[in-house]
Design a protein. Structure first.
Length: 392
């Protein structure tokens, strides 16, 4: 029962992908379906689609001869575009179990903290990243094979997509400590560690490196290119994805509402919260929307300091998003505590150092605020000592 409950608490995308992978893998392992029915086979997909078009053309001109080969059943082969990403191999050795664990850890981890893609929804941004990577993986899958069979990629794409999301997680959490086979390391070294683990287990690297490459392309377009182009966003999550998952999010809000209120010591009656307990202030801080934050402060100032389920407050979201003007507003103008920590003990300063490095304007701002605060405290202590001397 605990396993079922833990599975149901997984974020939407991870729960769906992991669930489909478990079902399809189990079905192949138990010989309910054959492996050939789930792997990627471009010849069958393209040939059957062409046959369907050609057959319809012939049927249109030769109906009286009943020269007819139905293409309707052939459309089933399009399922391969999905099932090839939801199969890890027969469960008769360690490698499929390790891949399932990788999906669980890093898809879950990335969905909790994805690169913002403009929707304000973590699940929608994760789904967009996964769809982008899936499309690119499919488009590039045949290319290595043109250089020889030695370089051809396997027709099972699950490891490729897992590699892409693992790479994105490592870029999103570069200084987060994690363990791989009981070896502690920072997140930025995780792709190299997986390469080493694959070599140790004598696994092919082709699929893993393919995933890393596509993950890096998405990272560059979503995080690096906008900076180079003066803040212009190249990729953004379509509103359709937000609308598609909106109903599920609303249901989860109601289910989690009681637990959220038990863990927050402020009035939440006037606060809208998503499934992660984030308020409108979290979203505004994440997107760098200062006018909306000012409006929120006029109607419900307590929302500016409200934590979500992970203990993240709007100031933490602003630091992660590198919105210097939001941090100035929250800490300097609204006088919020610069030392506030999340449930994992992350302060604004540690988050700035983790996500942006020591020399980023965000890190320098927080260090300056802390130094000013320390100087003021020292000045007040000196005043108290002087008053004590006068009284004596």
């Amino acid at each position: 029962m605990d396993i079922i409950s833990s599975f149901q608490r997984l974020p939407l995308f991870t729960r769906t992908w992991l669930g489909l992978t478990l079902v399809i893998t189990a079905a192949v392992t138990l010989d309910v379906i054959h492996t050939d029915q789930v792997v990627l086979d471009w010849h069958r997909i393209i040939t059957f689609l062409n046959n369907d078009i050609n057959n319809n053309h012939r049927n249109y001109h030769h109906q009286h001869h009943h020269h007819h080969i139905s293409g309707n059943n052939n459309i089933i082969e399009l399922w391969r575009l999905l099932t090839s990403f939801c199969y890890v191999g027969k469960l008769d050795n360690f490698n499929p179990l390790f891949l399932l664990f990788t999906i669980y850890i890093h898809s879950h981890g990335y969905e909790k903290n994805p690169f913002p893609a403009g929707s304000g929804s973590r699940t929608a941004d994760t789904l967009f990243a996964a769809l982008f990577c899936t499309f690119c993986l499919l488009c590039t899958q045949p290319i290595p094979g043109y250089f020889g069979t030695t370089y051809a990629l396997y027709p099972i794409m699950t490891r490729n997509l897992a590699g892409a999301l693992l790479y994105l997680w490592s870029k999103r959490n570069p200084r987060t400590m994690i363990q791989l086979n009981f070896i502690p390391m920072e997140g930025r070294y995780l792709p190299f560690a997986h390469i080493g683990a694959s070599l140790f287990m004598k696994n092919r690297l082709h699929e893993l490196l393919h995933g890393f490459l596509i993950g890096h392309i998405y990272y560059f377009l979503i995080e690096v290119a906008p900076v180079l182009m003066g803040g212009k966003r190249i990729l953004s999550t379509p509103r359709l994805l937000v609308q598609l998952i909106g109903e599920d999010v609303q249901n989860m809000i109601q289910q989690d509402n009681h637990e959220i209120e038990n863990n927050i010591n402020i009035n939440t009656d006037a606060m809208y919260r998503d499934r992660d307990g984030a308020t409108q202030a979290h979203l505004a801080a994440k997107l760098g929307n200062l006018p909306q934050l000012r409006q929120i402060s006029n109607t419900n100032v307590g929302m500016l300091n409200a934590p979500d389920r992970n203990g993240w407050k709007p100031v933490h979201e602003a630091v992660r998003g590198a919105h210097v003007h939001i941090v100035e507003y929250l800490i300097i103008e609204q006088m919020l505590d610069v030392h506030e920590t999340t449930n994992n003990g992350k302060s604004p300063l540690s988050l700035a150092q983790e996500f942006h490095g020591e020399h980023h304007p965000m890190t320098r701002l927080i260090l300056q605020i802390i130094a000013t605060e320390d100087n003021n405290n020292n000045y007040n202590d000196d005043d108290d000592d002087s008053n004590d001397d006068v009284d004596s």
